[in-house]
Every structure is written in structure tokens, then in C-alpha cells.
Design a protein. Structure first.
Length: 263
């Protein structure tokens, strides 16, 4: 499932980026890797609402069998949101920003219902894990962040940042510091560390892409023949080379899984 958002509604408060561009180049590499086109779900811009994303997870569940490989890719804005269940050390969940999510809390108007927080994503991925079983593989790539400025700056050319340092605060809900332990049943790769900004990359053709998306899309290796750790090392090198500012990809996953092939 590939989700890419660039043209957020003006009233949402989110600036324009180019997450929609990422879908095409990632899809091209997945086809080269052997994925079938009719097994690829694409959600771009206005189609990438939270409801459509959730519905697409449901569709995936109906299609999956034991041993399948699932690749999930999100390119768009990210934001920290008040943690409501006490599982985050810093008191904030990380959230993906669907097309219909707004940047600022307004009581009675928008209270975060269209944010896709990591707790909700975790529950969805757990369902997928149950379908593919221990022999299946789930890879999640997020070309978003929550530490960017959330605005466009200008030098010799435009600089696009995905995400914002402005937290989505839900009033009357104190951020908890009760960290709960848990294990990750999938591989997760993010475009930058939590304290860094995620900058877009201007390709030689003049189009903008997420730097991590561009690196993955242009990797010539076959992922079912490469160890995850080797690919991660290559991607980290290429991201740091292409990003105009310090940016290091982040990842998490079970150690035993990290030494196996990506697909």
C-alpha cells in the first residue's frame, strides 16, 4: 500500500509538499521487485483520507495469506500528538497526517480524529502480522517527520520540509511519562531521527521527492536477495549524501528479523 500526499487542503494548515510524487517511483521499483500491479493499492492526495487508509488496511487483510510480504509506504506530513494512553516516554505519540487531518486543535471543530497515531497504526500492523504469520514479512517506510519547521523557506531554490515542530496538543489531557515496553513485529524505516527535519530532494529532472523515497526507488538491488542491514547501510549513506542538511534514517525491528532478507 502506497500513500502519498502533497496537496493538502489550504484550510488544513499544512503546507504543500510532494509526497504524491513518491508513489510513482516507489511503485516502479516494487514492480521491478516482482510485485503484481493488481496487488498494489495507491492512495494519493484527496484519496488519502484517514477513512480510505483504514479501508485499505481492511482490504489488505482480505487479500493476505501466510508467508506473504507486505510493503507499506507513507509520504506526507507527520506531527506529534498528545499521548492518551501513557505508552510514550515523552508524552507524545507520533502521527501520520492523512489528507483530511488538520494541523491545529480546535475544540468542537477538529480534535485530532483524522490523525493516524502510532498506537492506531500499531494495532493495524498487528492484524496484518496475524495474517502473514511468522514466515511473512512486513516492511513499513515513513517518508515523513514531526520535527520539521512546517513551512517553506527560500534560498537559491525552494526547501520543502515534511512535518512540523508544532505539537498537536489535546487540552485537559496531561502527557504521560509512563513508558510501556513492547516488541516490534515488523520492520520500520523512517526518513530521519526524531530530532531531525525531513527535507525533500530535488532530482535532476527538477521534480521534488522525499529523499528516502528517492533512494529506495533508485536502489538497483533485488530486495529478496539482500540483507535488511546491508540495504539500510546503503540507504543511510545515500540519504546523507543527497540531503542538504544533516539527516539520518531511523529504524526499528526485531534483531532476528534484521539479519534476514528484506523481502
Amino acid at each position: 500500500m502506497l500513500v502519498g500526499i502533497g496537496d493538502y487542503p489550504e484550510e488544513s494548515g499544512w503546507n504543500r509538499i510532494h509526497g504524491n510524487n513518491d508513489v510513482s517511483i516507489i511503485k516502479a521499483n516494487l514492480l521491478r521487485q516482482g510485485f503484481l500491479e493488481n496487488n498494489i493499492i495507491e492512495l494519493r492526495d484527496s484519496l488519502a483520507t484517514k477513512k480510505n487508509i483504514l479501508d485499505s488496511f481492511g482490504l489488505l487483510l482480505t487479500r493476505l495469506s501466510s508467508g506473504d510480504v507486505v510493503y507499506l509506504h507513507f509520504s506526507g506530513h507527520g506531527q506529534q500528538i498528545t499521548d492518551l494512553n501513557g505508552d510514550e516516554e515523552d508524552g507524545y505519540d507520533e502521527a501520520w497526517i492523512p489528507y483530511d487531518a488538520k494541523k491545529v486543535y480546535v475544540k468542537g471543530v477538529y480534535e485530532g480524529e483524522s490523525h493516524l497515531a502510532d498506537d492506531e497504526l500499531n494495532a493495524l500492523l498487528t492484524q496484518l502480522r496475524g495474517r502473514v504469520g511468522i514466515k511473512g514479512k512486513i516492511i513499513v517506510v515513513a517518508d515523513a517527520c514531526h520535527s520539521g519547521s512546517g513551512s517553506r523557506n527560500y534560498t537559491d531554490d525552494e526547501v520543502f520540509v515534511r512535518g512540523t515542530s508544532e505539537k498537536f496538543i489535546i487540552p485537559h489531557q496531561a502527557p504521560s511519562t509512563d513508558k510501556k515496553s513492547g516488541s516490534t513485529e515488523w520492520l520500520f524505516v523512517a526518513a530521519c531521527k526524531s530530532y531531525q527535519s525531513n527535507y525533500e530532494y530535488r532530482a535532476p529532472n527538477g521534480d521534488y521527492y522525499g529523499v528516502l523515497s528517492y533512494v529506495i526507488a533508485n536502489d538497483i538491488h533485488f530486495f529478496d536477495q539482500c540483507r535488511y542491514l546491508d540495504l539500510l547501510k546503503n540507504w543511510s549513506r545515500d540519504v546523507s549524501t543527497k540531503s542538504r542538511y544533516p539527516q539520518d534514517i531511523d529504524n526499528e525491528g526485531q534483531p532476528s528479523r534484521r539479519n534476514s532478507f528484506m523481502f
